[in-house]
Design a protein around this ligand. Structure first.
Ligand code: ATP
Ligand code: MG
Length: 663
């Protein structure tokens, strides 16, 4: 076989998988054992063996993973031969199926996919219409019930809560009336078409003669049934998965599918990969020691091919500020040893952990990219609030002033703004100076001058409060209240989740101001640190290079030479919801995914305190930590590492932390 890839670069079991092209193949293997590499080679092998690229389908979990897999195959076989390959997610596969045949399930051909705000909008209206005493019912809750029912293929009328059931049915009728479908319908209808429409089924089966599914452990039962319909005899299907990495239980993923597979596709060729090529022995020992605490799993151990390696570090931090600052220092130091920024990844569990890390990276001017979550500083409301902080510090910074001049709307329209901008340019002064310039105001309408006067008055009033010694965070807070900033912001939100997130981002920003000024920083120093002047930095930060900041969920399937896993605290990982919901095993798998991303060095951190809403709160170490094999862990303490005695400053904030914890 004139392979476009080097078969000798595979081990025996992997080679077996690559050579077994026909019939069902089940590759069950732990993290980093080369599953993705193997299926990628297998796809090239199919091409080498004369299978046309249009006859090959690979399904993966995210668009990013799909793009990467496609690229890897292309590298092996060349763009020309691989050009008609289909590598996509379940959802995009279903879009294709529906575009062709949705009429057969009663929709018109030019259907619309309804998502996000439109979807919530419909549900919110229905709650208002039907909610009665329960008008406070959250759209998100209704949506989640609808989604659960759809994924389990239960009738919407069967939803236990009568009101939610009624709303669900009305919602579905409304979608129907608009010839729209939602994300769950995509899968449902895709499966339905394949089930009921034989011509369609024959078409797709004939097209996709070889099917591969990566990350199979996160396939839910509906997706599983879709695969079953899509793949007919002789069952050329290869699935790859690791039950220890199933982390989407909340979407109804079902590891029982691995067992189901054997029922749907009889006598599969089962291949087990056992050698891990990604991580050092130390990392794997720690990973194995953790995952064995999960019950009901198939016993398996990852066998290292890279013996020894640096011990896994576990560093206790006094607080989340130190955590972020220390990690950034580590990156700087290791970079001097010759590592590149792309070698580093910082893995986190919750969005609340992002901001401090971004702050610290920005302060050192280290470029980074965010995966799986939104950057705190990309949040519009954060930029708006920082704009007001800038007005307090120095209103002559035009960018900030222009940003908030009519946000929230206060009657200073675009025309007036343009006039002010032109005037400031002609007179070589700031926009702020323009707004208080009689010469400029003379030509405006009385309405416009009235609005401007009111704004100027507000700025000056609040600056005076500062001069009078009122704390900056309080001044900011009362100003935002005075202009009804939050109520206005809330009207801009489409979902409850969005409302919560924006609300929280605003209070975090106010909290940041409080902390910074308590530490004796001026407002301008604070702003310079957070680099509000985003135009200066964004170029750098938007580049696809730099340190990776990534959620644990998004990190699945990826690998990095140096990994920092942060915030190993009770309530964060395991997440506090997991206790109520009884999903601790899934949290453990999530940590396992995180640990097994590391190739050479893994550092885990946890904080004794964490700032929430500007107040320090005490934290407990994650209950997963005692489960780890401490023979392979080097426990360290921030203070020892820094070799410094606590400064007065630290002591003061430590005690004020204790006070606020007691309050
Ligand atoms: P995950 O469970 O995290 O998705 P995986 O099983 O898909 O992991 P891959 O990402 O395919 O694993 O491979 C992990 C690493 O090991 C990659 O860097 C890959 O190139 C390397 N690798 C895989 N097989 C071999 C091999 N036979 N020889 C050398 N390196 C290999
Ligand atoms: Mg993989």
């Amino acid at each position: 076989m004139a392979a476009g890839f080097d078969i000798s670069a595979l081990n025996k079991a992997q080679r077996e998988a690559v050579m077994t092209l026909d019939g069902p193949v089940l590759i069950l293997a732990g993290a980093g054992t080369g599953k993705t590499r193997t299926v990628t080679c297998r796809m090239s092998a199919l091409l080498e063996n004369g299978v046309a690229s249009k006859n090959i389908l690979a399904v993966t979990f995210t668009n990013k993973a799909a793009a990467e897999m496609r690229e890897r195959v292309m590298e092996m076989v060349g763009k020309k031969r691989g050009k008609d390959l289909t590598v996509c997610t379940f959802h995009s596969l279903c879009v294709r199926i529906l575009r062709r045949d949705i009429e057969s399930v009663g929709y018109k051909k030019n259907f619309n996919i309804m998502a996000g705000g439109d979807q919530t909008g419909i549900i919110r209206q229905l709650i208002v219409r039907k909610g009665g005493a329960r008008e406070k019912l959250k759209p998100a809750e209704v949506m989640s019930e609808i989604s659960k029912a759809k994924n389990a293929e239960l009738p919407l009328t069967g939803i236990e809560d009568d009101l939610i059931a009624e709303i669900a049915v009305a919602y579905q009728n409304e979608l129907r009336a608009q010839n729209s479908i939602d994300f769950d319908d995509l899968l449902l209808l895709g499966e339905k078409i394949l089930r009921e429409n034989q011509a369609a089924r024959d078409y797709w089966r004939d097209l996709f003669r070889y099917v591969t599914v990566d990350e199979f452990q996160d396939t839910n039962s509906l997706q599983m049934r879709l695969i079953q319909k899509l793949v007919g005899e002789p069952y050329n299907i290869c699935v790859v998965g690791d039950d220890d990495q199933s982390i989407y239980g909340w979407r109804g993923a079902d590891t029982a599918n691995i067992l189901q597979f054997e029922r749907f596709f009889p006598n599969p060729h089962v291949i087990r990969l056992e050698e891990n090529y990604r991580s050092t022995e130390a990392v794997l020992k720690v990973a194995n020691s953790l995952i064995k605490h999960n019950t009901g799993r198939r016993e398996k151990q990852l066998r290292p091919t890279i013996m020894g390696g640096d011990l896994v570090r576990l560093v206790t931090m006094p607080g989340d500020d130190e955590e972020a600052e220390w990690i950034v220092q580590e990156i700087v130091a290791q970079r001097e040893e010759g590592k590149t920024l792309e070698d580093f990844a910082i893995l986190f569990r919750t969005n609340g952990q992002i901001r401090k890390m971004e702050n610290a990276l920005r302060e050192e001017k280290i470029p980074y990219r965010m995966v799986g979550a939104q950057s705190f500083y990309d949040r519009k409301e954060v930029r708006d609030v920082l704009g007001y902080v800038q007005l307090l510090a120095d209103p002559e910074k035009d960018i900030a002033l222009l940003r908030v001049l009519n946000t929230p709307p206060r009657g200073i329209g675009q025309n007036t703004t343009m006039l002010a901008l032109d005037y400031s340019r002609d007179h070589d002064c700031s926009v702020w100076k323009t707004l208080i310039d009689e010469g400029f105001l003379a030509d405006l309408s009385t309405r416009a001058t009235g609005a401007i006067a009111k704004f100027v008055q507000q700025v000056e009033d609040h600056q005076r409060m500062l001069v009078d010694g009122k704390a900056a965070a309080e001044v900011l807070d009362s100003w935002l209240r005075e202009m009804d900033f939050l109520p206005w912001l809330m009207t801009q939100c489409k979902t409850d989740k969005e409302r919560d997130a924006r609300n929280e981002a605003v209070s975090q920003t106010i909290g940041d101001v409080k902390v910074a000024t308590q530490k004796g920083k001026s407002l301008q120093e604070f702003l310079d640190k957070t680099a509000l002047d985003a135009d200066k930095n964004d170029d750098d930060l938007d580049k696809k290079s730099g340190v990776t900041l990534i959620t644990l969920h998004a990190s699945k399937g990826l690998e990095y030479p140096i990994v920092f896993l942060v915030g190993l605290e009770e309530g964060i990982l395991p997440h506090k919801r997991s206790q109520e919901e009884g999903t601790q095993d899934e949290e453990r798998r999530l940590l396992y995914v995180g640990i097994t991303r590391a190739k050479q060095r893994l550092t885990m951190t946890y904080c004794s305190t964490r700032v929430k809403y500007g107040k320090k709160e005490a934290c407990e170490p994650s209950s997963f930590l005692p489960e780890l094999d401490h023979d392979w862990i080097d426990e360290e303490d921030y203070d020892d590492l820094m070799g410094a005695e606590a400064s007065d400053d630290d002591l003061r904030s430590f005690f004020s932390g204790i006070h606020s914890a007691l309050e």
